[in-house]
Write a protein that binds this ligand. Structure first.
Ligand code: NAD
Length: 266
C-alpha cells in the first residue's frame, strides 16, 4: 500500500517517515512540503535522520492521484482546507491528525467525508483512545457527585490550547453525563471566583520545554479522588497509530471514522 504525507518536514512529518520505514505492509510513496519550501528535493530518510531512502520531498503542486493510495495529514489548521480540497478532488482517502480546527473547518471535514473516507482523531495513540473509554466509565460511576478537571501539558511550540485530546476527553465525559461541553466547560480560573459549580468541567493547560503530551482526567469528591493519566514519551506512538489507521482506511467507503473505529474500542 502506497502512503503519502503532507507536511513531511514537520515534527510529526519526520516521525511519520520513520514509522512508515518501520512498517512492512505500507510504503512511503510521496512526501510533500509547501511549494516555496527549502526542503524540496531533500531526501526523506535524511530529513527524518534515518539514512538515505528511495524518495525525495516534493512541492505540493507536483502531487498527483497516482502518487498514493492514502494520504496522511499532520499539519496546521492554516493548510487544512487546501489539503482536504486536494483529497476530495482526487478521491483520496486521508488520515487527519491536525488539531485546533475551527467549527467551520470541522463542517468542511463533515462535507468531505460524504465523498471520501477519512479518519480524524485528536490523538492516534492506543493508550489515549483507551483512556477515552475509561473516562466514560469513571464519569458514569462518579460524574454526578465528583468535580471533574482535565489537565494537559505539551511542548512550548504547540499552537492550540487546550489540546485536541483534552477537548476529546471533555467531550467524552460530557456526552456520558448528558451535558453540553460548550456550556459546562471552564477554561482557567483567575482572581476571586464563586464556589466551584459541580456541573462544570474544568480545563488547565501547561506549555513547557519538549513535553510530548500528557493528559489527566481528575474525578475528585470529598474523601477520595480518581486520576486517569496518559503520558506520551515519543511522537512515534502517534505516527505508528496514524499508519495503522491508513492501512485500516484503505478500501473503506466514504465516511468519517475515528480511532475508536480503527481500534474497535466501542
Ligand atoms: P509542526 O509545526 O512541526 O509541523 C507543521 C507542518 O505544517 C510542517 O510540515 C509545515 O511545513 C506545514 N505547514 C505549516 N504552514 C503551512 C502552510 N502555510 N502551507 C503548507 N504547509 C504548512 O507541527 P507538528 O508538531 O508536526 O504538529 C502538526 C499537527 O499535528 C498539529 O496540529 C498538532 O497539534 C498535531 N498533532 C496531532 C497528533 C495526533 O495524534 N492527532 C499528535 C501530535 C501532533
Amino acid at each position: 500500500m502506497k502512503v503519502g504525507l503532507f507536511g513531511a518536514n514537520g515534527r510529526m512529518g519526520r516521525v511519520l517517515i520513520e514509522a512508515l520505514d518501520q512498517n512492512e505492509n505500507a510504503e512511503l510513496s510521496v512526501a510533500t512540503v509547501r511549494d516555496d519550501s527549502p526542503w524540496i528535493g531533500m531526501n526523506v530518510g535524511e530529513l527524518a535522520g534515518i539514512g538515505k531512502k528511495p524518495i525525495d520531498c516534493l512541492g505540493m503542486s507536483s502531487l498527483t492521484q497516482q502518487h498514493a493510495d492514502v494520504m496522511i495529514d499532520f499539519t496546521l489548521p492554516v493548510v487544512f482546507e487546501n489539503n482536504i480540497a486536494w483529497c476530495v478532488a482526487n478521491k483520496m482517502p486521508v488520515v487527519i491528525g491536525t488539531t485546533g480546527l475551527s467549527e467551520s473547518q470541522l463542517a468542511v471535514l463533515d462535507e468531505a467525508a460524504k465523498t471520501i473516507p477519512i479518519v480524524f482523531a485528536a490523538n492516534y495513540s492506543v493508550g489515549v483512545n483507551l483512556m477515552l473509554s475509561l473516562v466514560r466509565q469513571a464519569a458514569k460511576a462518579l460524574g454526578n457527585t465528583a468535580d471533574i478537571e482535565i489537565t494537559e501539558a505539551h511542548h512550548r511550540f504547540k499552537q492550540d490550547a487546550p489540546s485536541g485530546t483534552a477537548m476529546a476527553i471533555g467531550e467524552a465525559i460530557a456526552d456520558e453525563l448528558g451535558r453540553d461541553l460548550k456550556t459546562c466547560a471552564v477554561y482557567g480560573r483567575e482572581g476571586k471566583e464563586p464556589e466551584r459549580d459541580q456541573g462544570t468541567i474544568g480545563f488547565a493547560t501547561v506549555r513547557a520545554g519538549d513535553i510530548v503530551g500528557e493528559h489527566t482526567a481528575l474525578f475528585a469528591d470529598i474523601g477520595e479522588r480518581l486520576e486517569i493519566t496518559h503520558k506520551a514519551s515519543s511522537r512515534l506512538t502517534f505516527a505508528k497509530g496514524a499508519v495503522h489507521a491508513a492501512q485500516w482506511l484503505h478500501g473503506k467507503p466514504a465516511g468519517l471514522y475515528s480511532m475508536v473505529d480503527v481500534l474497535d474500542l466501542k
